[in-house]
Every structure is written in C-alpha cells, then in structure tokens.
Ligand binder design. Sequence first.
Ligand SMILES: Cc1ncc(COP(=O)(O)O)c(C=O)c1O
Length: 381
Amino acid sequence: MSQASYFDEIIDRIDHNSDKWGKYSSDVIPMWIADMDFDAPKCVKEALSERVNEGVYGYSYAPKSLVQAIQEHCLQRYQWSPSSAHFIHLPGLVCALHLCVRALSEPNDRILVPSPVYYHLTKAPEMSDRKLDRIPFVLKGNRWSVDLDSLEESCKKADASMLLLCNPHNPGATVYTREELLAIHELAQRYDLRVVSDEIHCDLILSAAQHIPFASLNDDAAQRTVTLMAPSKTFNIAGLGYAFAIIANSQLRQRFNHARAGLIPAPNLFALVAAEAAYRHGQIWHQELLQYLRANCAYLRQRISGTRIHMAEHEATYLAWLDIREYHLENPHDFFLEAGVGISDGAGFGAPGFIRLNFGCPRSQLEQAMNRILIALDSQS
Ligand SMILES: Cc1ncc(COP(=O)(O)O)c(C=O)c1O
C-alpha cells in the first residue's frame, strides 16, 4: 500500500461510539470536532496490543522513559529542554485549563483570552466566577493574530491576573511568531500576569512557521507559565486521554498539584503506552500526515476560490476557519446540516458568521463534503 493511500483509506466509524460520527444521522458527513478520520500510527497500535496481551491492568505511573521521549521531542522540534521534575501527567488538557484558572487565580480576577477561541478557554473563567476579557483576534494582512493594543488595555485593569493563550490558535490557525510572543511576554511581565499556554496543536504546523513554546522564550516566561501539551491531536489518540503540564515555577506547581489531588485521576495505562510509542516511533507517520494535511488544505482552498467564502493564511491545525459572512446565513450549523455536513458554528467560539471545518479526513470525504457545501451555498444565493 502506498503511503498516500494509508490516509486515503475510508474507515467506517459509525458503530465506534465516536463522538464525531455519533452526533448526527449516518447520511451526514461529520466535519466538526478535532478528531481525524485516520488510523493511529502502526507503532501505537502495536504497543497497545502488546500491553493488552499482558493482561494485568493495575494502577500505573508515567515511566521515566515517557518523559525522556517527550523531552527528546521538545529538544528536537523546539530546541527546548524542560526539566523532568516539572512534568505533571494528566488525563486530558481541558481539565488542566479549568484547574489552572481555579488554582492559580482568585475569584473575581480578570482572565484575558484572545478570542474567538476553543470554547474551554473562555468557559474556564466563566465557570469559576472570574471575569473574562475576550481580546480580539484581528486580520493583520491576511493572517489572524491578537490585537496587542486591546491586550494592553485589558492588562492595565487592576484585577487582570492571567492570560490564557492558545498557540497554535484554534480556530484561526495562527502560529504566533517570536516577535508576537515577545510582545505578549513583555506585557505579561510588566503587568505581572500568569500565562497558561495551551499548545495542544503545536505539532500540526502546515506552513513554514516554527512553533515556539511560550515558556521557552526566556527565564521570566518560564517562571510565569504553565505549558499544556498532548500527543492526542497529532497522533489521533484523543480517546485514550493523555496530556501533560510543564510548570517550572515550584510555587505554581505546588498550587496546581494541591488543587488536582483527589480530583483529577492519573492517565490510564494505555494512554501512557500510546503516548510513548507515538513520541518515540511516530515521526515518519507524523511527517506523512503533515504532507497529507497540507494537500487537503490546498485542495480546500482551491475549492473555495471564486466563491464568497474567505479563508486567511492557514499555518497550523487541520481545522479550517472559514468566513462565510457574505452569505448572511441565519443559522450556519443548521443550514449545512440540512445539506448533509456537520460543521462547527463559529458562534460557539465567539465568531458568528464563521464556520470551522475539520479537513483531517480522507480526500474523498473532504471532496464530498465540499460538494455538498458549495451546492447548498450556490442554491441559496
Ligand atoms: C485548543 C484545544 N485545547 C484542548 C483540547 C482538548 O483537549 P483534551 O481532549 O486533552 O481535553 C482541544 C480539542 O479540540 C483543543 O482544540
């Protein structure tokens, strides 16, 4: 089987208890949640089978070899060397976002979140009696990025205490440049904000951009930042549940650990096995995946050219951020559902008039979904 056909293969997920495929009836193509319709890397499947065959599934801890595999990955890909003592293993990243807000800020503090954004970054402050300032993402040239003047205005408010960053940004597909990160850090330092940096999409860079962990910028950034990462998006193993936090500041680490004790369970043993196999042996699969996603992204751009759908530069993630405001749809979600495609409505991220389309799927599926979307838009205009 050629490498391209590995990702071209249609996998029937209808009876798999899949969130993505179970949400709608079987005649709808689901292109919403951040979950790809690809098999996990062979190295992951083999490592899991081996562990399943051992037959004893007792309480497990994250082995040193997993941390080493992640450290090697961080060094190779971002020239960053976090200490093994600063790792905290988690069953997912969302719980860590909520925990950071509750453990590392105070009730009524103001939390700053560049937005539109993955909804848990705004839910975390909203659900814990904090104030939320959405900092607008604006088009600079043809690329979405945070409006630094608005960020500074919010930083100046006396109760501002924390910035939740999503880098690469979802949705919007932006990878912050070093210059942008340094400007954000300068504000965080000047106004003494803690930074929680959700970097779950950091290994899904489709352009020439380079991912720079916020904590790797300099010593001050390392001391005020909680970095959250996971192999789940990159290697399509989200259902196994594994993420990790890196917290260099011992006080912040202690507060985080104190808040999670007894509430947040350790990751399950299969998640640990899969994560280590992916980071150690998944590189070739990963490179091939990126090539496939780049081609899907180019295909999508070609399909929307000549329409009134606009898509800015797409630097990372398999989640296209499409501006469909010129079509004036009252309810884009229901409109596209009627056409047989399940999309994420931008309103859910704070941006009505946009949709997010997951192109992490075989090309033929993307083609079919685009046919349905474009026919539906054509017929209403
Ligand atoms: C930015 C971001 N953070 C977190 C998550 C989910 O993390 P987890 O499944 O580990 O809780 C997602 C999933 O789409 C995401 O896009």
